[in-house]
Design a protein around this ligand. Structure first.
Ligand SMILES: Nc1nc2c(ncn2[C@@H]2O[C@H](COP(=O)(O)OP(=O)(O)OP(=O)(O)O)[C@@H](O)[C@H]2O)c(=O)[nH]1
Length: 982
């Protein structure tokens, strides 16, 4: 009678599970649980096993504390009894040659009892042989063609058996793939019935996956992982025979990435940071450099401090725009850690970032840098080149550049190629402007400049007087002629004043103008210098002239300057009256002179012509009245008229500056009436007429000057030039503006050009070296002229223009009236110029500065001496030089007038010494008024050989008694020194 295992276990007083195992070991297989029943045979077999020692051994193992594992390690095969009874059920059936595999064992959820494998497993041949047995229908066994992969082990106790024959089969999946659908459905149905999840295709349990911990090893501890190995080792004897369930530790679950780090859709794959030291760092490390970051930090701090002290330069590599690039580059150059340098550079970039500035990358900063460099180089401010422009010439180079768009640099360069050194303020005339335009491809349309000068002055000149307002006016007569033909003497005879002896060198150097009365009529005389140096002044005199009186010495005849005077008179289209002077001389030959006159187109009336020839003698006065009558008659014939009621216009004959009266301009009114208080503009000077003086009596004040009247006016701001026209304006501002405009123009013209400079000494040095003329541009001797009058200046300039030397030229940098000033010395020092002082002396400050800087001040009182000296110097034909040896200066403190001796000057020697026999220059108000020999020198009452500085003395000058208190007497001696020029 069958007995259940749990009942037997109770009977035997052992654990039911233990009894199940015993049954298995006793060869009673198929008893998976305590509910299984044992037949009588099986009961006997189990009991015999237990009684035979099996039980004892089991119990002994327990008593000795052997673990179940030890028992499992025990070879089962040896203890297992030989198989008996009918063969075990085989549920796995091969279909054809298809390999079979056991599926589902690992997925069986709770295999209740895993019994030990049969001790002797059938071979493949045996399995095959037993296949028909397997076909025996059982209630639970599937059909023969049903795959057994999902068959529960409980229903197939010998499920392991069929696995053996297919152990060597390569794969299990092909079996499943080839399984008929009907079988699969059946298997699914079975699995559903047995609460098992059927294994399906595609169900893949990764190693270590969730199902791994559920793997149970059946018999021999073979897991699914070990299945193949077990299959491969199927021919080997089993070394293990587990009889109990083996529990494996759960496989570690791989950590799931945090949700925050989950890759977002569309986001690029994260890149691994490149942790690579730069080459500099590696090199530094190899070189034994320690702690590059620390070293870099130190240098960075140093740089930061330097940068804070140093202003940021636009466009520089250290600038903000360059950001950290420059720092990084510098860091690299010093071999510091590149990574630290990059960090520092980025930090620098953040520091230098300005509000609103784009946070551009390095490339952008690099691209911006060239633009900043371009800005630093400057922008061409010249206007765009214009195709056709209207231009007023003359204009400055700056104006030309702005109008045409041609850069001033190019213009200056072009002028330089022409040998002209200019600057932007240099005025260019029409010819130069046209050349520049053609040279630079600019089309210019010249237009007349319209300035306030035109608006005001032209308007005045265009005024036509009403014939009813015109009245007869005195004729203006000019004496022209050759040197020493008696012009001055003749005029003196007319005005009964002897001025010839007062002229230095006996040559007329100033324009004199007087108005004389004759037979209730007036005649205005303008005496121009006879020397050729005064040609320009003479020419200007002719311009204001109504009648020209040509003075010809009867004993000398027509001379070159006489011919020139004739030309000027004829060019002025004025009537000419010839005065055959010095008729009293024995050598006078009137016929010869008249013949010469005829040859020059001046046919005397005596010979049927229209030229009045009057025989005169300035000495005897012969023919003077006849000359005056002839002048008045000629004036009547020509009906000289003017409008005395209009604002005056006229010409400046000459000007000078006096200490007490300021600028005195000698002018002659050509039309209208000049009055005190009138606003006058004359050349580049202007002012209101403060006072007017008679030319014959310089201290006699006048209130007005009618037409043709020469007069000296005071009130102008500066000395106008001889020949400058004057106009009376209504507005002083207009006068000032016009004068300023003219002054600027004159200044730019005089200073606009500049060439190689050379002083006297430098010139001589170059001649000695033979270097003169080697330059393309001729060497230029710059001079600064200071003179007592404008006439002297123009005479000097005119003479110097004639000093045309192939190797050197003379250029006047500045010419003005007055004493030599500090400004003159400064200009001479800056331009290596020589100062020509004509009839003036330098003031104390200028003298001291000139001595300190070695500026040469050459003083002259005779024009031709100055010009001849310059000429001799230029031509290298210098004669023994009359060198002036300055001795000393004395101040006149008191003048003693002795009736039989004349004026005695009581003086104190201010400097140097006063020596007997020297010459004395008399200076008054900054001007040299005379040069006389020292007649006597006394210390108290005794004659003295010399008087030194600080002592008082008395001096008597030969031929000069008009000495006054405050005069400065300069003592000098003339020494002849041979020139070493050649
Ligand atoms: N015998 C004689 N001598 C005269 C006569 N007129 C002038 N002289 C002399 O000639 C010399 C020159 O006279 P100036 O009056 O200075 O001659 P100038 O033309 O004025 O000379 P510049 O000043 O150079 O223009 C003087 O010594 C005069 O005395 C004259 O009619 N008869």
């Amino acid at each position: 009678m069958p007995i259940r295992i749990y009942a037997l276990a109770k009977e035997l007083d052992i654990d039911s599970k233990e009894l199940v195992e015993i049954c298995n070991r006793a060869g009673v297989t198929g008893k998976g649980s305590a509910l299984a029943s044992l037949t009588d045979d099986e009961l006997d077999k189990v009991k015999s096993y237990i009684s035979g020692g099996g039980k004892k051994q089991e119990r002994k193992s327990k008593a000795t504390g052997e673990s179940k594992e030890a028992a499992i390690k025990q070879p089962i095969r040896d203890e297992r009894p030989a198989p008996t009874g009918r063969p075990k059920e085989i549920r796995t059936i091969r279909t054809g040659n298809a390999p079979l595999a056991v599926h589902g064992r690992s997925s069986r959820p709770a295999e209740p009892d895993v019994e030990e494998l049969p001790a002797e497993e059938p071979t493949a041949e045996e399995t095959t042989a037993q296949a028909p047995v397997a076909e025996a229908p059982t209630s639970e066994a599937p059909t023969s063609d049903t795959p057994t992969s999902d068959t529960p082990v409980e229903e197939a106790p010998v499920a392991e058996k069929p696995a053996k024959p297919v152990a060597d089969e390569p794969a299990e999946q092909p079996v499943a793939a080839e399984a008929p659908k009907e079988a699969k459905k059946s298997a699914d149905q079975d699995a559903s019935d047995s609460d098992f999840t059927p294994m399906r295709r595609g169900d893949y349990i990764a190693p270590g996956g969730p199902g791994r911990n559920k793997v149970r090893v059946l018999g021999g501890g073979r897991s699914s992982d070990q299945g193949d190995a077990g299959k491969r080792d199927s021919n080997k004897p089993k070394t293990t025979a587990p009889t109990t369930r083996v529990k494996f530790a759960a496989m570690p679950t791989p950590a799931t990435p945090p949700t925050s780090q989950a890759k977002k859709s569309g986001e690029p794959a994260p890149q691994k940071p490149i942790m690579q030291l730069p080459k500099e760092a590696i090199q530094g490390a190899k070189a034994g450099q320690k702690a590059p970051l620390e070293e870099f930090t130190k240098q960075h701090e140093k740089k930061r401090k330097d940068k804070e002290r140093r202003p940021v330069e636009i466009g520089s590599t250290d600038s903000d725009d360059s950001g950290g690039t420059g720092d990084r580059r510098r860091t690299k150059s010093k071999g510091l850690a590149g990574m630290a340098g990059g960090r520092e550079a980025r930090a620098a970039g953040r520091r230098t970032k300005r509000p609103g500035e784009m946070d551009s990358d390095l490339g952008n900063r690099m691209r911006r840098r060239p633009r900043s460099r371009t800005t630093r180089k400057g922008v061409n401010t010249a206007a765009p080149r214009k195709s056709a422009v209207e231009l007023e010439l003359p204009c400055s180079i700056r104006d030309f550049s702005e109008a045409t768009g041609v850069a001033t640099v190019k213009i200056l360069r072009t002028l330089m190629t022409l040998g002209t050194m200019a600057n932007i303020n240099t005025m260019i005339d029409t010819e130069t402007g046209e050349y520049l335009a053609a040279e630079h491809g600019v089309e210019i349309n010249l237009k007349d400049a319209l300035s306030i000068e035109d608006e005001v002055i032209t308007k005045i000149e265009e005024i036509e007087d009403d014939p009813d307002t015109l009245q007869e006016r005195p004729p203006v007569v000019t004496f022209l002629g050759h040197v020493d033909h008696g012009k001055t003497s003749l005029m003196d005879k007319i005005i009964d004043k002897n001025v010839v002896s007062g002229e230095a060198g006996g040559i007329t150097q100033h324009i004199r103008a007087y108005i004389v009365d004759k037979d209730d009529k007036q005649i205005a005389f303008v005496d121009t210098p006879g020397h050729e140096a005064f040609t320009a002044m003479r020419a200007r005199g002719a311009n204001v002239t109504d009648i020209a009186v040509l003075i010809i010495a009867a004993d000398d005849g027509i001379m070159p300057q006489t011919e020139e005077a004739i030309s000027h008179a004829q060019a002025a289209e004025v009537p000419i009256i010839v005065a055959l002077n010095k008729i009293d001389l024995p050598g006078a030959n009137p016929d010869k002179v008249m013949q010469q006159l005829s040859q020059h187109g001046l046919l005397p009336t005596e010979w049927g012509g229209d030229v009045e020839v009057v025989k005169t003698s300035a000495i005897s006065g012969e023919g003077i009245d006849s000359l005056l009558e002839t002048i008045l008659l000629t004036a009547e014939l020509h009906e000289y008229t003017a409008n005395p009621d209009r604002p005056a216009v006229g010409v400046c004959l000459e000007s000078e500056q006096e200490s007490d009266r300021g600028v005195l301009a000698k002018v002659i009114v050509k039309n209208g009436t000049l009055r005190v208080g009138d606003i006058v503009v004359c050349g580049s000077s202007h002012g209101r007429v403060k006072a007017m003086y008679d030319t014959l009596n310089p201290r006699k004040r006048l209130t007005e000057a009618t037409t043709s009247t020469p007069v000296s006016i005071a009130g102008l701001d500066q000395a106008p030039g001889a020949g400058d026209k004057f106009y009376v304006l209504d507005d002083i501002a207009q006068a000032r503006e016009i004068a300023t405009l003219r002054a600027d123009r004159s200044r730019s013209e005089s200073l606009g050009t500049h060439t190689v400079k050379v002083s006297f000494d430098e010139f001589q040095k170059r001649r000695e070296e033979g270097t003169l003329g080697n330059n393309e541009a001729a060497a230029t001797l710059n001079i600064i002229v200071r003179a007592d009058t404008r006439g002297s200046i123009e005479a000097l300039q005119k003479e110097m223009e004639k000093l045309d030397h192939p190797e050197v030229k003379v250029r006047t940098l500045q010419a003005s009236v007055g004493a030599v000033s500090v400004a003159d010395v400064t200009l001479a020092d800056a331009s290596d110029a020589v100062i020509i002082a004509f009839n003036v002396i330098p003031d104390e400050a200028a003298r001291s500065l000139a001595d300190d800087n070695g500026i040469e001040i050459r003083r002259y009182n005779i024009i031709y001496k100055a010009t001849e000296e310059l000429k001799a110097l230029l031509e290298g034909r210098l004669k023994p030089e009359e060198r002036i040896n300055e001795l000393g200066r004395a101040l006149v403190q008191r003048v003693f007038v002795v009736s039989r001796l004349g004026s005695i000057a009581g003086c104190r020697v201010l400097g140097g010494t006063i020596e007997r026999g020297c010459r004395i220059r008399v200076n008054r108000d900054g001007r040299t008024i005379g040069d006389y020999p020292l007649e006597s020198l006394k210390r108290e009452k005794d004659d003295a050989k010399e008087v030194r500085e600080g002592y008082e003395c008395g001096m008597k000058l030969q031929g000069f008694n008009d000495i006054k208190d405050g005069d400065i007497l300069e003592a000098y001696k003339v020494e002849e020194i041979a020139r070493t020029l050649d």
